[in-house]
Design a protein around this ligand. Sequence first.
Ligand SMILES: C[S@@+](CC[C@H](N)C(=O)[O-])C[C@H]1O[C@@H](n2cnc3c(N)ncnc32)[C@H](O)[C@@H]1O
Length: 322
Amino acid sequence: MSPNVVSASPHVPVLLAEVVAALAPAPGETMVDATFGAGGYSRALLAAGASVIAFDRDPDAVATGEALAAENPAFRIVHADFSRLGEAGAVDGVTMDIGVSSMQLDQAERGFSFGQDGPLDMRMSQDGPTAADFVNEADEETIADVLYHYGEERQSRRVARAIVAARPLTRTAQLAHVVRRALGHKPHEKKDPATRSFQAIRIHVNRELGELADGLAAAERALKPGGRLAVVTFHSLEDRVVKRFLRERSGSEPSGSRHLPQAMATRAPSFEGVGRAIKAGEAELAANPRSRSATLRTATRTAASAWDDAGTTSGLKQGISA
Ligand SMILES: C[S@@+](CC[C@H](N)C(=O)[O-])C[C@H]1O[C@@H](n2cnc3c(N)ncnc32)[C@H](O)[C@@H]1O
C-alpha cells in the first residue's frame, strides 16, 4: 500500500494540554514524540519552541511526518519502533501516546476494525506477520493464551476452539462473526463480545506490551536529569505496565514488591515526581469520546543512572510467542 499523507479522518490528539504542561517544552530543548500519528503532540511542542524528534512504525504516519519535516527544520521523523528512541540521544522530554490512531482504526483495509469489513491485517507497521497469519497458523493453546492475557477474555478456550474450527479466516467480519457465535449474543452486554478478541490479537500482532516496556526503559536512558516523561495509555493492561515501571523506578513499593530482588529495591530512583493518573476533563470528553479511556502518567528523570533494563523490565514484557 502506498503511504497516505492525507487521511480521511485525522486523529484528534488526546489530553494534549495536559501532555504539553507535563513536558513543559522550552525554546532550545529537544523532545521525543515516540508516537507521531497525525502529529498533534509534535506540532504543539514545536509551537512552544522546542525541537522534536518523532518516531512512528506506520509508513502512512511517517509520510505525514516527512511533509512536516520539509516545512520545519526543528522537526525530524524516524521510521522505527519507539523501543529505539534511545538513538535520539540525550533529550529533555519524551512523550508516548500508546495504541492505534484514528487513521488506522477508520481505514477498513488496515484490518483493525470489526465494525467495517476488511482484510484481517492489524499491523501498524504494514510489515511482518498479519492477524490472519496468526489466527490461521498458531496452535489453539497459543491463541487461547493471547485472548486471555491481552483481551482478558474469560472464555478464551471456547473462542480459540471456534477460531481453529473456522480456519482459514481472511476478513475482519468473518473473525467477528466466529467470536460472537462462540460467545453467544447476550442482549444485556453493551460491548460487542468481539472487542476483547480484536484487542488481544492486535496487541499480539504488534507486540504492544513488549514495545511499551522497552520504550519506557529506552526513555529512561535517553532523558537528561530533570527531563520529563508523559505517557498516555488506552486500556488497563498498558496502564499497569506504565504504573508499575514508574513505581519501581521512583522507589515507591509496587504491590508485588515482596518478590522484587533485593538489589532492585535498593537502587537509586531514576524517576521522581510521579504524578497521579490524569484523565480527560468534561469538555474533552464531550468533544472527543475516544478520550474516555485515556490515562496520562507523568514523571521527572533524576540524575541517577538508568536501571539495568536486562531483568528489571522482564516481568513487564510479553511472555507469549506464537
Ligand atoms: C494514538 S496514535 C498517536 C497520535 C498522536 N499523539 C497525534 O496527536 O496525532 C499512536 C501512533 O503510534 C504509533 N505506534 C504505536 N506503537 C508504536 C511503536 N511501538 N513504535 C513506533 N510507533 C508506534 C502508531 O503507528 C500510531 O501512529
